[in-house]
Design a protein around this ligand. Structure first.
Ligand SMILES: [Zn+2]
Ligand SMILES: [Zn+2]
Length: 323
């Protein structure tokens, strides 16, 4: 039975100066509150990073309104259909940095955008470029480009350290890099970092893997695509691809992500239904002994959970220290 897809999941970003980001937060929120919308939107002086789901009927209204706002008039908006909202609520916030980094980055020096078709052609031709996945390691586990470097990193600091090792294995001057991430925004920042480190030629997919899936499909891709909303994974366009994900506990094929039931851990991991039960939804034995365990439900376990202090804050479950 095919479900009715009455919602659109939108993703876009823009690195364009926003004169008054706080006023922009208020404006976006006020406009979206009038629509059937959920979102996770961050705005800074540097621009916007936006993901949202809208009732299909409201998409045109929002896009028309957005296009009239100077910094965002050319933003490339990616749209996918879904059967329900993809975010828990409407969140629009100011953030100092759109992509969390801990060093100064010169965004005027960035990699070259190539279209998804061009990207596929480069992979077909086996140019010898270094194919680099700049997403977090748990995102790569469910799917990635074939033969890509998958850095074992979960935060920017680890990535900068990883880059030092990469420079020892590859001559930055002689090695063209093909870098990709989910929607493209991380590549904007990471490519400038790599250029600062001496990697001279850097390509990135215009619109990220989401755009690639939409325009090219699953060619050269293995598995599914991880996304940062309630869907957690999406297929590559209309294509059904064999699973590459494996259960964190037993190693059997699995494409279902769960947050560890220990609310102070909350690690996201792939798990099969059997192990979910036998390990009480936990990522490791020590987590099963923890004091703040949420009950495991097969039904809603696929939706991302938050750490304990988010619940404490949201649902007034008593006072907990904010980290
Ligand atoms: Zn298992
Ligand atoms: Zn855990």
């Amino acid at each position: 039975m095919s479900e009715q897809k009455n919602y659109s999941v939108l993703a876009f970003y823009a690195f364009e100066p926003v004169a008054d980001p706080h006023a922009e937060v208020v404006a976006q929120k006020a406009f979206l509150q009038e629509l059937d919308a959920t979102a996770r939107i961050y705005i800074s002086e540097q621009g916007i990073n936006a993901q949202m789901s809208l009732a299909n009927n409201d998409v045109e209204r929002y896009v028309t309104w957005l296009r009239e706002r100077e910094p965002f008039k050319n933003a490339d908006i990616k749209i996918q259909l879904h059967h329900e909202h993809a975010f828990p609520r409407l969140t629009v916030k100011y953030r100092k940095q759109l992509v969390a980094v801990d060093c100064d980055i010169d965004l005027s020096q960035r990699g070259q955008h190539v279209s998804p078709t061009q990207w596929k052609k480069m992979l077909d031709e086996k140019t010898g470029a270094l194919l680099l996945d700049v997403r977090n390691d748990y995102e790569c586990k469910v799917g990635h480009f074939a033969n890509a470097e998958l850095p074992p990193c979960n935060e920017f600091r680890e990535f900068t350290r990883y880059l030092q090792g990469l420079k020892e294995r590859y001559d930055p001057k002689q090695t063209p890099v093909m870098m990709y991430c989910t929607g493209g925004i991380r590549c904007e920042v990471f490519s400038s970092l790599m250029m600062q480190q001496g990697f001279e030629t850097d390509y990135q997919i215009h619109g990220g893997v989401i755009k690639y899936a939409e325009e090219v499909g699953a060619d050269h891709w293995q598995g599914k695509l991880f996304v940062f909303d309630d869907r957690l994974t999406v297929p590559m366009g209309d294509h059904d691809t064999p699973s590459v994900g494996i259960c964190h506990h037993c190693g059997k094929p699995s494409e279902s992500y769960y947050n560890c039931a220990n609310m102070d851990c909350n690690a996201l991991f792939l798990c099969c239904p059997e192990c979910l039960t036998t390990h009480s939804g936990c990522c490791q034995d020590s987590c099963r002994q923890a004091s703040r365990l949420r009950p495991v439900s097969q039904q809603n376990a696929h939706k991302p959970f938050r750490k304990w202090y988010h619940y404490a804050k949201d649902k007034s479950w008593g006072k907990t220290k904010e980290k």
